[in-house]
Design a protein around this ligand. Structure first.
Ligand SMILES: *Cc1c(COP(=O)(O)O)cnc(C)c1O
Length: 417
């Protein structure tokens, strides 16, 4: 671990206070040329004791604007202190969580996983246009049928065709022969440049794709590709303590990754994260962004620096071992639940190391679905699966209650059958 360590409350407070002292404080400034100020004092009064004691709330009220991407543009205009925390956070995530090597990484805290995925597709579309002279019709986004719908938003916005690769029903994996024939056909149809969205934990199944399967197939057909990994759900779980993880920056085929701190990390909404290797993000530079002195390569525009501080503070509060223990607790609950399902002979899907369980719909009735708010794969009668996310608040008591309800439902349906 290079950056990730556990801080005491005192150390956290010191680090954030030091950063805030190097970040514009509107209470004490001649800076009058920007449309920004601290949060409204009538509503967000900063004289309360609990605010003074909370480094996060102080940052929130001081209201730094993190517009731009600060690993790319090192200009420390106005908000340099909290920019530094965001920069350190991007390196921590890329290297200590996602196993990148000593190189530097680019990245920024985005609105959400959706924005981070679209940022990736935008970077690669422009990369193929700028550096390979690719035409729109020669490019395609390619991804599994279980991929989050943000890939389709990106395809629409960026005007790039999207190719959906089916997965096998019970393993939720892409089959090599299937991918091979789809790529072969796309090549015959004139596609030469591929933007891959490979999953590290799909929303519905928690399933993990193998980026090397894509890489090998494109290499075989001598096609150009860039691989983005969507770890919005799985990125803070799957790689943790997992020596078999090959879908992070330790894999040379992976060029960028999405994380979402507002899911497993329990950070405030507005903490999606885009991470990528160097020498890519300049492709989305908006040259017309002349009024900000920092160059803007992001989709966002203005965004709160407090979000970066929140994510960094959560990781620093736990440290790597504290986080491992927390994730292992969720994995234990998940495994406990899977064992109970096996005792009942109920078929389910669970990816190794993940905390998501998807149950085949025939074992569940409407009453159970409503009682526990189980999410269906599709909201109509073709639905085949319901899922359970084992989050922090999902204690064994709730899971046990669900098991009892499933058992009763099984017994009553075998009686009527
Ligand atoms: C949640 C999720 C997203 C979208 O993230 P938002 O933060 O809701 O924009 C993208 N991909 C996956 C796999 C997700 O689970």
């Amino acid at each position: 671990m290079k950056y990730w360590k556990k801080y005491t409350e005192e150390e956290l407070n010191q680090k954030v206070s030091e950063a805030l002292s190097r970040t514009l404080n509107y209470d004490n400034t001649n800076t009058i040329g920007i449309p920004g100020t601290k949060l409204d004092n009538a509503m967000f009064y900063d004289g309360f004791d609990f605010v003074k004691k909370s480094p996060y709330l102080r940052t929130f009220i001081q209201n730094p604007n993190h517009i731009g991407c600060h690993t790319y543009d090192k200009a420390d205009i106005l908000f340099g202190g909290t920019f530094d925390i965001e920069r350190e956070l991007i390196q921590l995530l890329s290297k200590d969580i996602l196993n990148g090597e000593d190189e530097e990484f680019d990245g920024y805290i985005a609105q959400g996983g959706t924005e981070a995925n679209i940022q990736a597709m935008w970077v690669y579309r422009n990369y193929f246009k700028n550096e390979k002279n690719a035409k729109h019709e020669e490019m395609a986004i390619i991804t599994s049928a279980d991929t989050h719908y943000s890939a389709y938003k990106g395809s629409d916005l960026l005007n790039i065709d999207i190719i959906k690769v089916p997965v096998e029903f019970y393993t939720r994996k892409i089959q090599e022969e299937v991918l091979d024939s789809i790529v072969k056909e796309a090549k015959e149809n004139g596609k030469k440049y591929f933007i891959v969205i490979s999953n590290m934990g799909t929303t519905m199944f928690g399933s993990v794709d193998d980026p090397d399967l894509y890489a090998n197939t494109f290499d075989k057909y001598e096609l150009d590709y860039k691989i983005h990994v969507d770890g919005a759900f799985g990125g803070f779980i799957y790689p943790i303590g997992n020596k078999n993880c090959t879908t992070d920056f330790s894999n040379k085929n992976v060029d960028s990754i999405t994380l979402d701190a507002h899911k497993m990390l329990q950070a405030p909404y507005g903490t999606g994260i885009f991470l990528c290797r160097k020498n890519l993000i300049h492709n989305t530079l908006t040259k017309e962004a002349t009024y900000i002195e920092n160059l803007d390569v992001t989709i966002s525009g203005s965004r709160s620096g407090a979000n970066a501080v929140a994510v960094w503070m959560i990781l620093a509060t736990y440290g790597p071992f504290g986080w491992l223990e927390k994730i292992d607790k969720l994995r234990n609950r998940t495994n406990w639940f899977c064992n109970e399902l096996e005792n009942l002979n109920i078929t389910y899907y669970k990816e190794e190391m993940m905390n998501l369980i998807t149950i085949e719909s025939k074992y569940v009735n409407d009453e159970i679905v409503e009682k526990y708010f189980l999410t269906p794969e599709v909201h109509n009668d073709t639905n085949k699966w319901y899922k359970i996310n084992v989050m922090e608040h999902v204690h064994l008591e709730i899971l046990n209650s669900l098991i009892n309800d499933l058992k009763n439902h099984l017994n009553s349906s075998t009686k009527t059958a």
